[in-house]
Design a protein around this ligand. Sequence first.
Ligand code: ADP
Ligand code: MG
Length: 316
Amino acid sequence: MISIHTITKPSTFQFHPKRPSRKPPKTLAPIHALLQYNRKPQLAGDTPRVVVITSGKGGVGKTTTTANIGLSLARLGFSAVAIDADVGLRNLDLLLGLENRVNYTVVEVLNGDCRLDQALVRDKRWSNFELLCISKPRSKLPLGFGGKALIWLVDALKNREEGPPDFILIDCPAGIDAGFITAITPANEAVLVTTPDITSLRDADRVTGLLECDGIRDIKMIVNRVRTDMIKGEDMMSVLDVQEMLGLPLLGVIPEDTEVIRSTNRGYPLVLNKPPALAGLAFEQAAWRLVEQDSMKAVMVEEEPKKRGFFSFFGG
Ligand code: ADP
Ligand code: MG
């Protein structure tokens, strides 16, 4: 396991497939980058930072992002509570491998059947990470459950005896209806996950407008499932194109990686893998930027003259 003291400052890490920016052999470049910075990221902003992970479109990677960023934050030494606000299609517990330990949910807390700390599932791998589910699968939400209930919950987390967590991450359902409104209500920042395709971008654009209307000004985007081969063949938009279309600061770029699917099915988030997979490193760096309220640049790096026209999409 990589200690928190050996994790890189993300903005120096380059994914450029042809020109590794560091001296060591190509295969070691990511590991080398990990070892450069002997420090912990500096937590910016007031705590708890309440961050909603949203997208509009379903299946773009919100839950994957919540699980991986949540555990990265814990590995970086910050306390985090992840709330699965995707009530209808709850699956954050599965991705985290915690499904067998969810005995109580927020519904029972609200009914007075259990205490809040009984509904919080502490991760055994990183004890500063906890999961909170709103309801049991297939169970009905109490009438009137909405933004106010979630604000109450966030306040209850702030007032815990052991002190408030550094981060509260809210995994948002797809769509822009009641579940979405509920999930964004207590948040003061948002991570917008999008894939580089036109349908996801249109939804992301719509969601950005709604977040802004709700007073959430700090919105950063993660571009997920990026494929260099498709960008080379001009079959996929580059991250720069995405950024131009959405006009949002970039928190991270996550490559398409079969390891994500494998880790999803194992209930073992990618960022815990040894050695780290490429997408895992990218999530970890996004978490680093989140902590520091930093962003990355999507740079256009021109290829050799014979491949002119192709631009690298990963930024520094
Ligand atoms: P959402 O919460 O937005 O509905 P999920 O996080 O559940 O999306 O992801 C949907 C599917 O996409 C999952 O099967 C997941 O494993 C897969 N996936 C997400 N990100 C990646 C990636 N970077 N590479 C490969 N598969 C991915
Ligand atoms: Mg989801």
